[in-house]
Ligand binder design. Structure first.
Ligand code: TXA
Ligand code: MG
Length: 317
C-alpha cells in the first residue's frame, strides 16, 4: 500500500539525523515508543513546548511527560528518592512514568509542567526514540500524538491521521508493542498509581514491598489529564454488554464469540497483553467503518486488564 502522507519516514541514519535536526530547531517530530506513538519536542524550550500544546489542542493545565535517555540526564531536573531507584532498577527503560519533585535549577520549560512543583519523567525502551535521546543535549516532552481527548496512536499512520501533513516528520517505527500509555506513579508523597498501565499495582507493590493503591478519585491536581473524558473515538461506548445488534460494533474478548462483521475480538486466545495491543487500533478501525455506537463485553481485570478497563471507561464518559 502506498503512503498518502509525504511526512512519514522510515527509520534509517539519514532520517534519524533529520529528526534530530528538527528537534534541535525546536520543531516537533512524531515518534514511536513502546507504549504509544508520541509528539516530541525539546522539553527545555518554551517555543517547542507551546507548539505541542497548540498541535494537540491540549489545555495548558495538563502537564507533559518528560522523556530521558538515562538516569544521569534525569538527575539534572528532578529529585530522586529510594522508591524511584527501586522501581527504576526493576522497570526502566520501560513503560513506567515517575512523578517526582522538580529541582530548583531544572531547565524544563515551565509551560510543560502546568505550574506544578513536580514533573512526570520516563525513560522509554523503544530503540528508535532512544537513539534520538542519546544524541540530544536536552530531554523530550512527548505526549501521545493525538488531538486532546482522542484515542492514542499506535502506528505512524495513526499519527498522520491525527495531524495530516501539518507535522513535518513522523518516524515510522514498529507498531507500539504495548499499545497503552505508560503507568504513571506518584513518588512525591504517599505512593500511588495515577494512571494504570502494563506495569500494574502488583508489580509495583512487589518491588516496594508494600501495598500500593490506584487512586483515580483524589488526583484532582495530580493528573489533570485523568479527570475528564479521554481516549474517546468520538462515538458512544457502552460497557459490560452481553450481546449487540448487527449495526452496532461489538468489542469482545475470548473464544466464546462467533465471527461476524461487527464483532471485533481483542484476543480470541484470551491473552490480556494482546488485547491491550489491539485496543486503540480497534477503536480507530470501528470509527473509520462509520459505526454509530460501540458495545463492549466484559474484559477481565487481571494484569494490564485494569488499564484496558480504565481507558474504556474514560472513553465511555
Ligand atoms: O506512554 C506514555 O506515557 C506516552 C508516550 C508517548 O511516552 N505519553 C503520554 O503522555 O501518555 P500524555 O501527555 O498523553 O499523558 C501524560 C499524563 C497525563 O495524564 C498527565 O496529566 C500526567 O501524565 N502528568 C504529567 N505530569 C504530571 C505531574 N507532574 N503530576 C501528575 N501527573 C502528571
Ligand atoms: Mg495522551
Amino acid at each position: 500500500m502506498r503512503n498518502i502522507y509525504s511526512n512519514i519516514f522510515k527509520v534509517n541514519n539519514k532520517n534519524l539525523s533529520k529528526a534530530i535536526n528538527l528537534l534541535k530547531k525546536k520543531d516537533l517530530v512524531g515518534v514511536p515508543t513502546e507504549t504509544v506513538y508520541g509528539l516530541a519536542g525539546n522539553a527545555y524550550s518554551d517555543i517547542a513546548v507551546k507548539k505541542i500544546y497548540k498541535f494537540k489542542k491540549r489545555p495548558n493545565k495538563n502537564p507533559l511527560i518528560i522523556h530521558y535517555h538515562d538516569i544521569k540526564s534525569l538527575k539534572n531536573d528532578v529529585e530522586l528518592n529510594d522508591s524511584f531507584y527501586k522501581l527504576y532498577k526493576a522497570f526502566s527503560p520501560g513503560p513506567i512514568t515517575f512523578v517526582l519533585n522538580k529541582k530548583k535549577n531544572s531547565k524544563i520549560s515551565k509551560s510543560s509542567t502546568a505550574k506544578l512543583k513536580t514533573v512526570a519523567v520516563r525513560i522509554p525502551r523503544n530503540q528508535t526514540i532512544r537513539r534520538i535521546l542519546k544524541v540530544l543535549k536536552f530531554p523530550l516532552a512527548i505526549p501521545s500524538a493525538n488531538k486532546s481527548t482522542r484515542v492514542s496512536p499506535v502506528t505512524a499512520e495513526d499519527v498522520a491521521s491525527e495531524f495530516g501533513n501539518s507535522l513535518k516528520m513522523i518516524l515510522k517505527g514498529k507498531r507500539s508493542a504495548i499499545g497503552l500509555e505508560s503507568t504513571v506513579v506518584d513518588l512525591t508523597s504517599k505512593i500511588k498509581i495515577l494512571r494504570p498501565g502494563f506495569i500494574n499495582q502488583n508489580d509495583i507493590s512487589r518491588i516496594l514491598k508494600k501495598r500500593i493503591k490506584f487512586s483515580a478519585s483524589n488526583n484532582k491536581i495530580k493528573a489533570p489529564g485523568m479527570l475528564k473524558r479521554h481516549y474517546s473515538p468520538g462515538i458512544p461506548i457502552k460497557l459490560n454488554q452481553k450481546s449487540s445488534k448487527k449495526n452496532q460494533a461489538f468489542i469482545v474478548f475470548g473464544k466464546k464469540y462467533k465471527k461476524a462483521k461487527n464483532i471485533f475480538n481483542l484476543s480470541i486466545k484470551e491473552d490480556i497483553n494482546e488485547a491491550a495491543r489491539n485496543l486503540y487500533k480497534t477503536l480507530r478501525m470501528i470509527k473509520n467503518k462509520k459505526y454509530k455506537i460501540i458495545y463492549v463485553s466484559k474484559i477481565p481485570t487481571h494484569g494490564v486488564g485494569l488499564a484496558i478497563n480504565d481507558r474504556l471507561s474514560r472513553a465511555s464518559k
